[in-house]
Each structure stands twice: as C-alpha cells, then as structure tokens.
Write a protein that binds this ligand. Structure first.
Ligand code: MN
Ligand code: MN
Length: 471
C-alpha cells in the first residue's frame, strides 16, 4: 500500500526545485538518441570548418535549399543558404511572418582546437622530417603528443590552383605523430609544470625519415618528402606559404561505454551543436518566424577575421534579407532571438573541486542553458535577461524539453567565452545553449547521446514555436 504523502513532502514537491535526468524521465530515450547520433558520428568525420561546409551543401540541396540570391523576396517555407569563403554557412527557412517581426537564429562554430602549420613548416633534423605547427585554440599541449594525427586543409599553387589535402584517416593512409620524451630520460621534464612539460615549439609533426638517394644534395630526407608531396599533390615547398594545413587527431568518432550511451570523438566542441542545429534547420518545414542557422568559424581564436562572428558578414546578410522585404536591419535584429549554441563543461567526478554542485552541468541532464559565461566578476559576457530566460523556458516546457541551467565551474577557477557577446552586439536577445562535454579541447572529447538529441529537440522547438517574443 502506498504511503500517504506528508504535508511537508507535498510542500517540498510543490516549492522546491529538483532536477531530473533524461533517463529518469524516459528510460527509452537512449534508443531514439542513438539513431539520431549515427548521423552525428558521420558529421564528426568533418574535422575542419571547410570540410563541414563542403559536407553540408549537398545535403542542403537534397532538402530543397537553393543558393541565396541577394534582393530576392522569399516565400514562406522556402529554404536557402549562403556560403562565406568556404568556412561559414548560413542556412534559412523563410517564415510566415515578415522578417521585421524577428528571426530565430542559432549559431555554432565549426573550428576546433588543432595544430595549424606555420608558413614555413617543413624542416629536417637529425635526418628526420617534420612539419612545424602553431597550435590553434586553447590546448593542454602535452595531450597532443603520441596521438595519431591526420593532415587536412588546402594549399594554393603558384598558378592559383587550390589543392585539398586530407590524409591520415583511412586504414591504408600513412599516419603522423608528435613524439614525447621517453620516461627513462624524463626526470627533469617530470618536474616541470603542465604548461611547460611540452612547449609550443616542440609540437613538430614527424612525417618522414628516408633520405633522397643523391650525395650531391643536402637535407636529403626533406627533399625526399617534398618529392613525394610534389608527385601526389603537385605542390612545391614555396606553395606552403599560401596554405591552410593543420594536424588533427586521426580517430573516428565511436560509441563510448558498454551501454553505448556516449560518443568519444574529436571536435565535439562545437560540432555537437553544429549538427544539432543543422538537423533542426533541415527538419523545420513551415515556421512562423524565419530561421537562420549559422556555422561559424574562428570561435576558438576569438571570432576575429572575415569568417569570425565579429565580422559583419552575418549582419550584412540579415540586412540583405531586411531590404528585400522593405524593412530596416535594426528592426529585424531587435525583434529576433539567438541561440549561441556552444558546448559547456560536464561535471567530471575525477575533479569535483572545480565545480559548485548546485550550479554545474551533469551528463544526461540535457543541454545546458547558460545565462552568462565569461570569467571573474562576470567579465566579457552576454548576460541573458530574466525575461529572455523565461521566454526560452516557456518554449521548452511547451515542447517537453529537458534542460539544465549551469555555470561553467566554480567562481575564479577559470572561465571562458562564447560568440554570444558578438551576436548580442547586434541588439539581438541572445542566450547560450549547448551540450555538456567531458575532456573539452582534448584530442578526444566526450558527449552523451541523450544530451545531443535533446539539444536538437530544443533548437527545433525554438525554430517551430509560435510563441511571440514580447521582450
Ligand atoms: Mn566552443
Ligand atoms: Mn572551445
């Protein structure tokens, strides 16, 4: 016989906040999430912004997206996209309402921490050949040694041809590696602080060791490698000055855990959010408000440059849309809503000391909604208003979304920013949302499938809600 609830128990249920995990609410959720994440794992094979943009375009075309034509007035339900320099992608579905009543934006970034090559990367030392790298984004440098790497990117040749390189991922490809010092001779190294254990100038990618057979030349090993590169790609060492090449971990994204509830893979910051918003965009058919899904670049280095979100390319695009409907861009911006879709930190029980348990995010508790990020006294952050948070909550409740409100970690133990600050410069109400991640910025990161799928549902809910934003 069920025991009768006491007055206090009833009151506690009514008044107190008690978070519930996704599996607690719906034990079957993982099944559906796993199906969704098969496509996500495929998406993770794109390890640079260029690759992800190139991957997305044919899928968009299959779903009736056409290339955006400036000045054209689009009809409700029409879908279109715009590419910025092969590195950003804006995807839209025209809403029933004019854009002057606001658009629903979601932005995620495609770039992830990696090892870019220097302008003169090729060198020989002790008859071995290396590419010299310059790390991109925030990394713990020691994590990037003794990890199988692949090489990706483009090289421009003297005659202006663009050569795309993607090698090291397939079983039959050669692999590349940054070595670490053997433990037997590492007594001094092991005394160093973690930031000095491996330093930037030691991140040299080993790419060969067999010399060219000619005693009349020096740097024979380097020449031999350049000979291979020239035969394979038609490039010379000088062409590498006009290249964007990088080394990224060569792992394929895989299920993690006996229960296959998680995914281990490179670049989940922020491809997890990029894939979720991409699918939400494609699945949105006849929205009330125009949707705008953005793949952004350069987030990991501060969003600068023409492909970063601090660039005007986004505002210019919205301005084009506004003009084609005879309204002002500033009025569109003021009425719009933006989800800054970027990952957060998942609580890791191995380091409980960096989190404050009432305000941190847990795996399988759904996407994190972050009112603010930044560091110290909430410096350098977009701080979503109570009205905005409430508005998003109402949309989520309507669509039965599980979410968690969290900070990154404890006050003053670190911090981090997102593109939310750059978006809100445009006078758009902006809030951060993203899945919790373990081992963020490491060569392999961990995301829970249920969180990923719930994020998709959350963005889909925002795109498809008819609830007006009265803020
Ligand atoms: Mn990120
Ligand atoms: Mn990041």
């Amino acid at each position: 016989m069920a025991e009768k609830k006491s007055k206090g128990q009833k009151l506690a249920e009514e008044l107190l906040y008690k978070p519930k995990s996704i599996p607690e609410k719906d034990p079957k959720f993982l099944e559906e999430a796993s199906k969704f994440c098969e496509g996500y794992k495929e998406f993770l094979a794109n390890k640079t912004e260029r690759e992800a943009v190139a991957y997305a375009i044919p899928i968009l075309k299959k779903h009736k997206y056409t290339e955006y034509v400036p000045g054209k007035k689009y009809k409700a339900g029409e879908k279109f996209y715009m590419v910025n320099r092969d590195k950003d992608l804006i995807m839209c579905t025209k809403g029933k309402k004019p854009v002057s009543e606001g658009i629903r934006v979601s932005v995620a970034h495609l770039d992830s921490p990696r090892l870019d090559f220097k302008p003169h990367p090729l060198f020989e030392a002790s008859e071995m050949v290396y590419f010299k790298t310059h790390y991109y984004g925030g990394i713990k440098k020691y994590q990037w040694t003794t990890v199988p790497m692949s090489i990706r990117g483009v090289v421009m040749t003297k005659d202006g041809k663009k050569v795309t390189i993607n090698i090291g991922e397939e079983e039959s490809d050669p692999s590349f590696l940054i070595t670490d010092l053997l433990v037997h001779l590492a007594r001094d190294q092991m005394q160093k602080t973690a930031s000095k254990v491996v330093e930037g100038e030691q991140l040299n990618l080993l790419i060969g060791s067999w010399p060219y057979d000619d005693d009349k030349v020096s740097n024979k090993a380097k020449l031999a490698i350049m000979d291979i590169l020239n035969k394979k790609y038609g490039i010379t060492e000088g062409d590498l000055e006009a290249a964007e090449l990088c080394a990224v971990p060569a792992f394929k994204a895989r299920d993690l855990g006996f229960d296959r509830s998680m995914i281990a893979g490179y670049g989940q910051d922020d491809s997890s959010c990029a894939y979720a918003e991409f699918r939400a965009e494609i699945d949105t058919k006849d929205p009330e408000y125009t949707t705008m899904t953005i793949f952004a670049d350069k987030e990991e280095t501060g969003s600068d440059g023409v492909t970063g979100m601090a660039s005007y390319f986004f505002r210019d695009f919205v301005e084009d849309l506004a003009q084609s409907e005879g309204c002002e861009v500033r009025h569109v911006m003021r009425n719009s809503l933006c989800l800054s879709a970027d990952v957060g930190a998942g609580f890791d029980p191995a380091w409980p000391e960096v989190w404050e348990s009432n305000n941190c995010a847990f795996m399988n508790y759904g996407p994190i909604l972050a009112k603010y990020d930044g560091a110290g006294g909430k410096y350098s952050t977009n701080d979503a208003s109570a009205e905005l948070v409430n508005y998003v909550h109402r949309i989520f409740r309507e669509a039965d979304i599980t979410w968690q409100m969290a900070e990154l970690g404890k006050i003053d133990v670190g911090g981090g920013g997102t593109i939310a600050s750059y978006i809100s410069l445009n006078n758009i109400d902006t809030i951060d949302i993203g899945v919790p991640v373990l081992s963020m910025h490491a060569p392999v990161e961990v995301v829970a499938k249920a969180d990923e799928y719930m994020l998709y549902k959350a963005i889909y809910a925002v795109y498809n809600s008819k609830l007006p934003k009265e803020i």
